[in-house]
Design a protein around this ligand. Sequence first.
Ligand code: SF4
Length: 74
Amino acid sequence: MSSRCCDKLSKCPFFIAVKNLGEESDVLNEYVAVYCCGPFKEKCFRLTHMDRFGEPPGDNISPSGLDYRDYLHI
Ligand code: SF4
């Protein structure tokens, strides 16, 4: 992954889940491209939650703040 990616990438439950899903979800791979390694990185809900509350949200929470599992049924 390029250096413009989020520095939490290797330990992030969301990213690890998407990686394990492979090509299964276009939407989630797009999230990685837009948030984790893209222009919306600073707007990631997981990061803002960590800043605000000092702990990450649930492992199921995507960068948009929604449960990423919902996207698997689209
Ligand atoms: S979901 Fe957020 S915290 Fe996790 S790697 Fe992507 S940008 Fe970083």
